[in-house]
Design a protein around this ligand. Sequence first.
Ligand SMILES: [Mg+2]
Length: 318
Amino acid sequence: MNFEKLTLRSVTARPVLVPLRRPIVSKVGLFDQWPMILIELATEQGIVGRSYLEPYLKHAARYIVPAIHDLADQRKGRAIHPIEDYQNGRRALNLIGYEGVSMIAVSGLDMAAWDALAKAAGMPLAVLLGGSTGPVPAYNSNGLWLTEVAGLADDARALVAEGGFNALKLRLGRDKLADDLAAIEAVRSAAGADIKLMVDFNQGLSLGDALHRCHALDRHGLYWFEEPIIYDNLAGYAQLTSELTTPVQLGENFFGPRALHQALSMGAGDYVMPDLMRADPILAAPFELKDGFLMIPNRPGAGVEWDEDAVRRYQYDG
Ligand SMILES: [Mg+2]
């Protein structure tokens, strides 16, 4: 197909609320259901691009979905050019701000447009972008929340078994340092001393507390410290990064590439992370997991499809 001519016909955005097998207990909140917005971008050529957003807050769909439709209305009947569309979409926000709801809407359409383009080209999106399909090392973060230390060993064993994982993510930031240390010990003794252990504070500490806590944990062989403090305190992150031996991870809550560039140019972290979240009950073909590796599927597009029966079951009005 000549994908130069791929034109946008219509966009749908459906909110669903997915039950979680293990409730999220973290510094950013307690969740036993997970909202997602499923986007379908239909083209005049019959190809449908798909993407999904995870807005954390159930009612956020009330303002993200209309923003998606507003943007899509301006592009109806036009050729799909994701890079230009993204730049124009972002530029159109300069009077209401580049972050938050509006940027989430721009990004949702951007991902769906790339999926459509890769399908039109008959290539996996990873290949279209110059990469390859195949195994990618993964860690399991679907548990080990800020729950009772006594339950963490069972959690850790179950998480390893879900895909032969050799890397897990543990949430830290309990009131006492001793409890964080006990949590680390519980996971290591259950999952094996060789387990790679990332720890995430979910922005829960003040800078002073983070300096104290992370220095105390710095010699414990942890793989990274994730978001010890509020996400936009870049000067604080730069201080943590320069003082600590353990790599500092951030970026999960940045909006767009400029924020990442700014953080990196300030030395605000050792690693930056894109978001890859959980969606098993909805995805028709969850990516395969083997020996701790996620298999990027070798099929056209981004590889995301969903199960319409499950979508109907979990759909809500926002
Ligand atoms: Mg995180």
